[in-house]
Ligand binder design. Sequence first.
Ligand SMILES: [Mg+2]
Length: 369
Amino acid sequence: MAEALVTIREAEVVVATAPLVTPFRIATGQHDRMENVFLRLKADNGIYGYGEAAVASHITGETVTGTRDTLQAAADRLVGRTVSDLPELVEEFSPCFTGNHAGLAAFEAALLDIYSRTRGIPLHALFSPPPGCSPRYSFQSDITIVIGSLEEAERAAQRYAAQGFTTFKIKIGRDHELDLVRVRAVRRAAPDSSLILDANMGFTADAMLAFLRRLEGMGIRPALVEQPVPKADWEGLAMVTREAARSGILVCADESVGSLAEAERAIASHTVSAINIKFMKSGIAEAARIARFASVHGIRLMLGAMMESSLAITTAAHFAAGMGCFDFIDLDTTFFISGPFAHSPYLDAGGRFNLAAAGPGIGVAPPLG
Ligand SMILES: [Mg+2]
């Protein structure tokens, strides 16, 4: 089982930037460009493996320089090491990434990439579904309508609907009155679409429930509301979950849940009906543990992303395919990135992923120069 597969010969950390098509604005801050940390590994068989850390300082508090330094220190230790038991190797290195989950995600992805490329199998084949689920190789991402003016929301929704998107994730939480008319504008631009509202902690529980009642009065009922209240307000979250369930609206934790321990607590206390899992919050192995635990407890799952380029987005798409347990795919950030970092071979202009014929590894070599 633990037979030596490859030995890591080179490990290089590169910070790369790319412009955005439009600033990615949410209630708590914004991204004006992509600035991510990449890990490139080379094995003794000549095969490369890539991983990406998408640092979202305004969400996680992690920084690009901190992530680069952490990743470089781990990468230096990795050179000369033989990859045989991958989970054991990741386990050994994970203490290097305490407080730096984006760095851990990059480290894990690069090793998974090199391991699956060497074995000649697509990355998704390394993940196994929770009980009751099976691999699913095609699925469609939602598309985000970022915080902005009414006109911006209207134009974006029209454009994305024309591209073929069918689920819209509307960022709300900065100006509640404007949010109401923005949501209505998106509904009008795409009448048959499914709506997700992501408040990024911008409401109190009472304000969120009042907002949903006013939407209901307009004949609009979102499928899911994400993180309505501040991350430590578990009581408020539970209250929104309870009340929204009467209208069949799911309530999803994002900022409140980043680890298996937090997921266990949220599920045991009936605080949410859904969880948004992201590699950049927990790393990849922990993401699989959260997905497995939540899935067997009947919690609906979303797979989300920070400002990730096609490398991390495609890694996540493999994960979604192999696990087969995600009801909501929120892997749309490449649509906000301009240039070669946006291209994934398995993603079309309408946000549809198809990994049925995926080649070895992740299938993306980022343009690091
Ligand atoms: Mg969110």
